[in-house]
Design a protein around this ligand. Structure first.
Ligand code: UGB
Length: 564
């Protein structure tokens, strides 16, 4: 398309393969549209002709209710439950196994999504995980990696996928985080947008007289890693594992070591980390798919097609084990398919082989929001999307994709929903995935880990409601990554008797910090080893409702912290 004149491009857009003549109206910006068409044509494999052809096929299938998984029977994948509560010794030994592999790992963070559902106008990795230290997600991830580097003695690389919406602000955010020696090594890859589509013929959307683009989905991360040569570079540097993480789950590094242990023990080419899934949750379900004459597949069935898949294989839909009449009392409320938390652990040699075989191009899907039952009019523009977890379909049959089940408290929470949507999720019996509950879950995880390390912590004893969401905040405990990178290390730091009240605020940091005896009913920030620490003045910061002129990152929580 680069070599064509503007008139030739306009003529080409009028041909049946394109059918985009509607773009050139009296008041649309022809010159800009031509430039945008060239941009999209350059950045989509096979050009926009291919994009339109694939969109038309998928849109017809979608409108006619074709089930992309027709003929495949879903069943729960065998999964290994890794729980320090149920089997502490096993968890600790898996961690030790994994810690020996940490030195040979790299991290990929997908951060191209804008917080549309969150109702937040800036980048999500810049949001504070909690209000005690206001450490943002990206800084938590970087400091987790630095703590791992300090213990492994090697550089652990980080690549971040950004998008047009998030790239510049990610570059600016990185400059504010300090740790320049490390942040200067962070590799940024920007995913390109794809044309938004307004109807089943694949016609492009116009917005203010120009073409409208939308993110193509986190599946782009693989084609970018391939095109930038990052996965191949890490492999040549002797790396053996790569963990993919999302932007607003603060917990992946709590389970990284044990998950590596599981991957190493089972020789998994790909290890889905997951949790018991609540039916109807916006979380993919990981299933083993079988079909006569085909190799079994372990795939994540995305949440928008689980219902279709279940119905097409004779089940009533996306329902619980209890309603299906299967499982045990412990699993009754959960879906038969464990939930994908998009914390994915790949064996790097297998990943690079598959990447080189496929170029990293992921299967695509459309998920139009139809205006009515005719499924011919969309409520809003749609686009082709792809999912990072679909990489499980790319391996050779002899390469295993496995699943490691964790308790939710140790491995997953997310900040995806606005307060209004979060209230609705709670009413549906689902986790809210709001900024405030993400903070609560982060503290809760640290409470549980400290308890497993021997601390006595008073259970939460008061409820607080902000913007329609009710919390039972536990002690507000921040475990800085430098304090411990594993439960086994944490247990070595907690010595003597620790008594912590439910209203305490406690920050623990420092690679060499060991605390022998602690009594807390106040606000403590410990950065070096101490004996018999006591703070029981009851003076603690507390939460109050936000006000109209408060900052956006507080307003999406509904509360803010005031230091008395
Ligand atoms: N992202 C990008 O980098 N680029 C994009 O184009 C889109 C997203 P969402 P989603 O956490 O339980 C996923 O939107 O896609 C980044 C899994 O598919 O937050 O609805 C974005 O910045 C689902 O199976 O989540 O659902 C963010 O970091 C389940 O695992 C990440 O991709 C679900 O997450 C996820 O994007 C979950």
């Amino acid at each position: 398309m680069e070599r064509l004149s503007d008139d030739q491009i306009k003529a080409l857009m009028g041909t049946p393969e394109y059918n985009q003549s509607h773009l050139f109206t009296a008041d649309s910006d022809h010159a800009t549209i031509i430039q945008q068409l060239k941009y999209f044509d350059r950045n989509y494999p096979g050009g926009i002709k291919n994009y339109i052809a694939r969109a038309r096929r998928l849109l017809v299938d979608s409108a006619t209710g074709v089930n992309p998984l027709e003929g495949w029977s879903p069943s729960a994948p065998e999964s290994q439950l890794v729980s320090p509560e149920l089997n502490l010794d096993e968890f600790l030994s898996l961690e030790q196994e994994g810690l020996s592999e940490i030195a040979h790992s790299g991290i990929v963070l997908v951060a191209g999504g804008l917080g549309e559902r969150l109702g937040y106008s800036s980048i999500k990795i810049g949001l504070p995980v909690e209000l005690v230290t206001e450490t943002c997600f990206l800084k938590l991830f970087i400091e987790s990696i630095l703590a791992l580097q300090e213990r492994s003695g090697t550089h652990i690389p980080l690549a971040i996928m950004t998008s047009e919406d998030t790239h510049d602000r990610t570059v600016d955010l990185i400059k504010t985080l300090g740790h320049e020696e490390y942040t200067s090594t962070i590799y940024l890859m920007k995913q390109e947008k794809v044309p938004a589509i307004i109807d089943n013929e694949g016609r492009f959307a116009l917005e203010k007289g120009q073409l409208s683009g939308k993110p193509h989905g986190h599946g782009d991360v693989h084609i970018l890693l391939y095109q930038h040569g990052i996965a191949q570079k890490w492999l040549s540097e002797g790396k053996k594992w790569v963990m993919f993480i999302q932007d607003t789950n603060p917990l992946p590094f709590k389970v990284f070591a044990s998950a590596l242990g599981v991957s190493k023990k089972n020789n998994f080419a790909m290890n889905f980390l997951g949790v018991p899934r609540i039916p109807k949750e916006s979380m993919g379900g990981v299933a083993r798919l079988t079909k006569p004459g085909e190799n079994d597949l372990i795939v994540c069935v995305e949440y928008n097609i689980i219902d279709t898949l279940m119905k097409s294989s004779g089940h009533p839909g996306d329902i619980s084990n209890r309603e299906l009449g299967v499982g045990t009392p412990l699993t009754a409320d959960f879906s038969p398919f464990p939930g994908n938390i998009n914390t994915l652990l790949f064996n790097l040699p297998s990943y690079v082989n598959a990447l080189q075989r496929t170029g990293g191009t992921m299967p695509e899907f459309v998920n139009p929001k139809y205006a009515d039952a005719t499924k011919t009019v969309f409520k809003s523009a749609t686009r082709l999307e792809c999912l990072m977890q679909d990489f499980s379909k790319m391996f050779n049959p002899d390469e295993k994709a496995g699943f490691t089940m964790y308790d939710r408290w140790i491995s997953f929470t997310a900040v995806k929903n606005s307060l209004a949507d979060a209230v609705q999720k709670v009413q549906q019996g689902l986790d809210p995935w709001s900024a405030g509950m993400g903070e609560n879950d982060y503290y809760y995880c640290n409470n549980k880990l400290l308890q497993l390390a021997g601390a006595n912590i008073e259970p939460p004893n008061q409820t607080e409601t902000f913007s329609g969401i009710t919390y039972k905040f536990p002690a507000k405990i921040v475990l800085h990554p430098s304090f411990a990178v594993s439960l086994s290390e944490l247990r070595s730091k907690v010595q003597g008797r620790w008594d912590i009240s439910a209203r305490s605020v406690l920050i623990l940091e420092g690679k060499n910090t060991v605390v022998n005896g602690l009594k807390s009913d106040g606000f403590l920030h410990i950065t070096s080893s101490q004996e018999n620490v006591e703070k029981t003045d009851g003076v603690v910061p507390r939460y109050v409702p936000v006000e109209e002129n408060d900052k956006e990152y507080l307003k999406i929580r509904g509360f803010k912290m005031i230091h008395v």
